[in-house]
Design a protein around this ligand. Structure first.
Ligand SMILES: NC(=O)c1ccc[n+]([C@@H]2O[C@H](COP(=O)([O-])OP(=O)(O)OC[C@H]3O[C@@H](n4cnc5c(N)ncnc54)[C@H](O)[C@@H]3O)[C@@H](O)[C@H]2O)c1
Ligand SMILES: [Zn+2]
Length: 372
């Protein structure tokens, strides 16, 4: 397991934590703090970047954060311009990628120009893919504005878009030069999105960090009230986990990244069956994590108390924990079989052994639903 370095600084604005993603020459920092948006330009200039900067965002996020971002870049000597596309997952497509390429080329970007993606996973995935491929790769900075973005989507270099045949089928690995996570922007995030993001943070606690899970349990009200100091430490702790897993297995080759799939086998199947409309991703992950814990218990891998603890915390957060009515086991098994992660009908299922500890087991989709 890689050791991830965290540097903590106390500034006038409060605590800022820097997490180093160790990937040799592609290493970069994730800066987590309150009010750090204004530091974007200065930090990028300090990395030796300069020239044109395309700020890619969605219309909704742009309306909130375009100006301070442009201002910070201008103040550091960049020549920035914003490119915005309509809000929503339905725009993470080849058609909108083509529009984005047009806009970026019209701006006269050259190979040293910078792409700054400002938004949730939809924006960072699409803008990241554009940056990975345009002119064979442009330096990228990510400014995640959702909890999912800050603890997951903006870390690890995965970029991509959806195809009519499935989600995230087109993509590339492209590590950013900097990730700047300002926890203050989470104040404008719709509440349901924040709560859904909590599922992925709880996942890190379950799979890797018993102390983090305990902290979430004990400090939940402060997190849910978006207390700055608490959020900075909490988001940075989650970033460390994603960074460590990514550093171990940058391109999903060794299988180490597979542990992040905890709760996602049942979760993805449920997402497919409900057409990606009924639930947010974190909500199906919450249901999937409880299902995974129950299966782990049924297989004798964890205590009943572990299942109860996971379920209790997710409920306190306000996340769903039960399969919705109308979803049959047969349908669920079928959806799991067709998942891209299933190989020859067998699924590498992530079990929880105890809080902070996991193991893998090969199961068929039928075996998984039989234990539910
Ligand atoms: N690349 C990866 O490793 C990775 C990991 C996880 C998820 N993803 C991808 O991320 C996407 C989901 O991302 P998401 O959960 O961040 O959702 P999202 O990008 O769809 O954003 C959710 C909603 O919140 C709005 N929003 C975002 N930030 C806001 C803010 N600060 N204030 C007000 N509104 C704001 C957005 O406009 C959108 O309507 C999916 O496409 C998924 O495939 C990628
Ligand atoms: Zn997920």
């Amino acid at each position: 397991m890689q050791v991830v370095e965290v540097e903590t600084r106390v500034t006038a604005g409060g605590v800022v934590q820097e997490v180093e993603v160790g990937l040799g020459s592609r290493s970069y920092s994730i800066v987590v703090g309150g009010g750090v948006l204004s530091e974007l330009g200065r930090r990028l200039a300090a990395l030796g970047l300069r020239g044109r900067a395309a700020v890619v965002t969605s219309e909704r996020i742009g309306a909130l954060y375009r100006e301070p971002i442009l201002e910070s870049l201008r103040a550091a000597g960049f020549h920035p311009a914003a490119v915005e596309f309509p809000d929503g997952e339905e725009h993470k497509t080849l058609a909108w990628l083509a529009v984005l390429y047009d806009r970026l080329l019209e701006m006269g970007l050259d190979r040293r120009s910078l792409v700054v993606a400002v938004g949730g996973g939809v924006v960072t995935d699409l803008a990241g893919f554009a940056a990975a491929t345009l002119l064979r790769g442009l330096p990228t900075a990510l400014v995640p504005t959702t909890l999912v973005g800050q603890v997951d989507a903006a870390i690890g270099g995965k970029t991509g878009l959806n195809h009519v045949l499935g989600k995230n089928l087109i993509g590339a690995f492209h590590q950013p030069r900097l990730v700047l996570a300002d926890v203050d922007v989470l104040r404008t995030l719709p509440r349901r999105e924040f709560i859904a993001g909590m599922a992925e943070t709880i996942k890190y606690g379950i799979i890797r960090d018993a102390a983090l899970l305990r902290e979430i349990e004990d400090g939940l009200s402060e997190v849910l009230e978006l207390r700055r100091e608490r959020l900075v430490r909490f988001v940075a702790a989650c970033c460390c986990h994603k960074a460590a897993v990514v550093s171990d297995d940058e391109r999903e080759e060794s299988g180490a990244r597979m542990v992040l799939n905890f709760g996602h086998t049942v979760g993805h199947a449920l997402e497919t069956l409900t057409d990606y409309r009924r639930f947010l991703h974190g909500e199906v992950v919450a249901i999937g994590m409880v299902a995974a814990a129950r299966i782990s218990h049924a297989l004798g891998r964890c205590e009943a108390a572990t299942v109860e603890r996971i379920e209790r915390l997710l409920k306190r957060v306000g996340l769903p924990t039960e399969l919705p009515g109308g979803i049959t086991r047969t349908a669920l098994a079928l959806a799991m079989q067709t998942d891209k992660k299933s190989v020859d009908g067998r699924i590498r299922f992530v079990c929880v052994e105890d809080i902070g500890r996991t193991s893998f087991v090969e199961l068929t989709a039928q075996e998984i639903v039989n234990h539910l």
